[in-house]
Ligand binder design. Structure first.
Ligand code: ADP
Length: 662
């Protein structure tokens, strides 16, 4: 081995190959002829642990070291490229590197390239490899550029893995961007906005400028809202959080707007389990929540409305139920669909009794006031349903199923729908039987009163006529008889007029009492004087009449006289009239009993009413039907009670009480 070759004694596999190589066949010849610089350069290259090549001489003969050798793979340039001129050994990349190497050979400066992609034939096929390399001149012994040192490292793997990371990042961003839901990704403890898709940006009212900013800078309005604390919580705990519908106030175009969101904060953890970021996936549910809220509000409003309706219905119902008038609502056929309690009371039948009944019903005959039958087509409800006109205060008489005849005053009106079509009718009515009876009684009273007044007037007139026609020779006794007769007629007249005046006073509330203390025995005695005179009846006094009362003596006398006169008048056959005085607790009771015909039960309760005359026997008794009415008012005014006990055929007892103090 030559000394020069010995010099190249280290360098591993490539050192051995270089030493063994037959350099005589190359342009640079045997190593013995190589300059020192050449040898030093090759030696330095071979022993370097950094991948290197040396191109030497005009032909740019190739040397490379062990560190470079793996870049050539198997089945490629190794070891064939050793000792080959550069344009042959690196034929595939020569078009790129060749000119630069020639430039350096011409004295050009060293050059440096990073991650340069160059074609490369290795492992039996053409491919590409990335290189970070420098070309620097190697000076020969004479100072000229003898070769080029290529220091290089293949960065294919690094470049490819960087490219892979970039590609995967791009894929990730693409995924985020194209996701059908709003997503943002926060990275690191500061929670920097790493990615956010358009949906998310739109949702939070921001643009791309949020990327790279910490979330609390990107969305400052989040401060104090629940999301802020939740993000921290997820980052610290490393536990996923899924929300329900949450209210968020986010700034959109300078305005804080309220919205509802459902979202998930998913922590991103490293292989060591350390939280590195958070992925947020959110859905805007504002519309659904608002729609639901509107529906809930609507439902609440409906409930309120329904309650109000029910309340007003209840009010209406209780009004109808408690009304003092009868109310009947009918359908278009006139059949009742509602009958209030008062209507049932007036008619004396329950609600069911109204079913299937109409104004045409023969069972419930209706009459006009003159007593003639009211034809169906004249019935107020029929008229209302067929004409649509309202009817007010029409009086008709009705024969109830019980056989009783009552008078009612009807108001009726049609019920219409919103288009004005008649859907039925409503009739309200009140029982005016009593009113009618009173007016009837008044009519009767006028005729009775006229008759009653006329009788004494006629008698008085007759007495006066006889007296005026009497001759001088008429006996004084005869004259006296007519004068007495005239006086009687006058008394009768003044009595009737007094009753009328008293009644008038009572109805105007002007009945006044002139009270004093007196013994009832005296009053009883006085009131019976006239009977003792006529001697028709025997008056019997029972009980202790020596009792004092504090009352209006004249008026109490008026009551007693009325009782006794009635006994005489209505019980002419009765021989005895018993006047009883009874001391009760706190009152004195005085009663007048006859053995007359008595009074039927159903008439008893009317006896003390104004104008009432129980003309049951058909016998005409004179009277205005006012005596007992006036008596009752007098006794009531004294704070006492008045009443009658009677049985048909067994006589009557009229009584009154007066309160007694002590
Ligand atoms: P009048 O006697 O002027 O008709 P009253 O008010 O005194 O009026 O009496 C009312 C009615 O009571 C009478 O019409 C009569 O039918 C009835 N009545 C009163 N007293 C008696 C009696 N003692 N017995 C039977 N009926 C009586």
């Amino acid at each position: 081995m030559s000394t020069k070759i010995k010099f190249l004694q280290k360098g591993g596999e490539m050192g051995a190959l270089t030493r063994a190589y037959d350099w005589n066949v190359t342009a640079i010849g045997n190593p013995e002829s190589w300059s020192q610089s050449h040898l030093t350069s090759v030696n330095m290259m071979l022993t370097s642990r950094f991948p290197m090549l040396v191109f030497w001489g005009k032909e740019l003969i190739t040397f490379y070291n062990d560190a470079f050798r793996p870049s050539l793979g198997n089945d490629g340039k190794h070891p064939g490229s050793l000792g080959q001129p550069g344009h042959i050994s690196w034929a595939e990349s020569w078009p790129v590197i060749g000119p630069m190497i020639h430039d350096i050979m011409q004295g050009g400066d060293a050059v440096w390239f990073e991650d340069q992609k160059l074609p490369l034939y290795r492992d039996g096929k053409m491919g590409y490899a990335y290189w970070t390399y420098s070309f620097s001149p190697l000076l020969d012994d004479d100072g000229s550029v003898g070769g080029v040192l290529v220091t290089c490292s293949e960065t294919t793997k690094a470049v490819e893995s960087t490219a892979k990371v970039a590609a995967s990042e791009a894929r990730f961003r693409g995924l985020v961007q194209q996701a059908p839901v709003a997503i943002f990704v926060l990275h690191g403890k500061e929670m920097i906005f790493e990615a956010a898709n358009d949906l998310m940006l739109k949702m939070i009212g921001k643009d791309n400028s949020v990327l790279g900013k910490p979330y609390n800078e990107a969305i400052p309005e989040i401060k104090g809202q629940p999301f802020e604390a939740l993000l921290d919580q997820v980052y610290t705990s490393g536990k996923k959080f899924t929300s329900g519908e949450m209210l968020a106030k986010l700034e959109h175009k300078g305005e804080l707007t309220e919205g509802y969101y459902k979202f998930t904060y998913q922590p991103v953890t490293s292989s060591e389990g350390q939280t590195e970021g958070i992925i947020c996936v959110a859905v805007d549910v504002t519309e659904q929540v608002n729609a639901r809220k509107a529906a809930e509000k609507h439902a609440t409003e409906l409930t309120v409305l329904a309650n109000t309706l029910r309340q007003s219905e209840q009010r209406l119902q209780s009004m109808l139920d408690t009304m003092a008038e009868g109310v009947v609502i009918v359908d278009t056929a006139g059949k009742p669909t509602y009958v209030n309690p008062m209507a049932q009371k007036i008619m004396g039948v329950n609600e069911a009794g109204f079913t299937n009944r109409d104004y045409n019903d023969s069972k419930w005959q209706n009459f006009r006031l003159d007593g003639s039958i009211l034809p169906a087509e004249d019935h107020p409800v029929y008229v209302v349903l067929h004409t649509g006109l309202a009817i007010s205060d029409q009086e008709v008489a009705i024969m109830l199923p019980s056989g009783e005849k009552i008078y009612i005053s009807i108001n009726a009106a049609p019920l219409t729908d919103e288009k004005g079509n008649i859907t039925g009718g409503i009739a309200t009515f009140s029982d005016v039987t009593h009113r009618r009876m009173l007016s009837q009684q008044k009519d009767d009273f006028i005729s009775v009163a006229s008759h009653e007044l006329k009788t004494p007037v006629t008698s008085l007139k007759a007495s006066l006529q006889v007296l005026s026609r009497m001759k001088e020779n008429t006996s004084p006794e005869m004259r006296q008889r007519f004068i007495v007769q005239a006086n009687k007629s006058l008394d009768k007249l003044s009595g009737l007029i007094s009753e009328l005046l008293d009644t008038n006073r009572i109805s105007q509330g002007q009945l006044r009492l002139n009270k004093s203390t007196f013994t009832i025995a005296g009053t009883i005695h006085d009131c019976c004087d006239h009977i003792r005179v006529t001697g028709t009846h025997q008056v019997i006094l029972t009980g202790n009449a020596d009792q004092q009362v504090y009352a209006d003596e004249r008026k109490i006398d008026q009551v007693l006289v009325n009782f006794v006169n009635n006994a005489v008048k209505y019980a002419p056959e009765s021989k005895e009239i018993v006047i009883a005085v009874e001391r009760l607790a706190g009152s004195l009771k005085v009663s007048v009993t006859d053995q007359g015909p008595g009074i039927p039960a159903e008439k008893k309760r009317h006896l003390f009413e104004r104008y009432y005359r129980a003309d049951y026997s058909g016998v005409q008794f004179s009277g205005l039907g006012l005596g007992l009415f006036i008596s009752a008012e007098i006794i009531k005014k004294h704070g006492g009670e008045i009443g009658v006990e009677s049985e048909l055929g067994k006589g009557s007892t009229f009584w009154f009480t007066l309160p007694v103090v002590g």
